[in-house]
Design a protein around this ligand. Structure first.
Ligand SMILES: [Zn+2]
Ligand SMILES: [Zn+2]
Length: 178
């Protein structure tokens, strides 16, 4: 059990404290060792005032600069990237950091549904940091969801194939670092 991946949750902006605690607990239930870091201010350079959104890369940069093994930044503001109107999250593939936004997850959601969405977005972006790509299994959390409906439909876990890819990636990376 000592090789459970360590995740640092980095609140950026003003994400709901309760949502952070729930997410930390739920990621713990998925086999991650989770630590909650001190809140960071939003990088104002990343704000596009006209859009009323922050560029996801600005928050990713903040997460990358944090001194931690693997960072999941969680924010309450709406994010965009590239030519996409919005993103639920972004990740540095095979890297140490990813970001999710809770902003859109509240839509038409009771507490339980919101909590499930946050966990799925977190698991999805973390999967990318472990080198997983998108998965063709619509129940797998690595399925690319374009809409909240798809997020609600898919599961919060990695499918057996993604799980295996992840296991092999972790063996490889621990072999390199030791
Ligand atoms: Zn993805
Ligand atoms: Zn999968």
């Amino acid at each position: 059990m000592t090789d459970m991946p360590h995740i640092t949750l980095l609140p950026v902006g003003n994400p709901d404290r309760r949502a952070l605690d729930d997410l930390a607990q739920d990621l713990g239930g998925m086999g991650f060792v989770v630590e909650l870091a001190r809140r960071r201010a939003l990088p104002q350079r990343a704000l596009d005032a006209k859009r009323g959104q922050f560029h996801a890369d600005g928050l990713l940069g903040l997460a990358l600069s944090a001194r931690a093994e693997r960072v999941l930044a969680v924010t309450d503001v709406d994010l965009y990237a590239g030519d996409l109107n919005f993103v639920f999250g972004v990740a540095r593939p095979n890297g140490k950091a990813c970001v999710i936004s809770l902003f859109r997850l509240y839509l038409d959601a009771d507490e339980e549904r919101f909590r499930g969405r946050a966990l799925k977005e977190a698991m999805h972006e973390l999967g990318h940091t472990f080198g997983l790509g998108h998965c063709a299994d619509p129940c797998c959390v690595m399925w690319f969801s374009n809409t909240l409906g798809e997020t609600d439909r898919k599961g919060a876990s990695y499918c057996p194939r993604c799980e295996e890819t992840l296991r092999l990636a972790r063996i490889r990376s621990s072999g390199l670092s030791k």
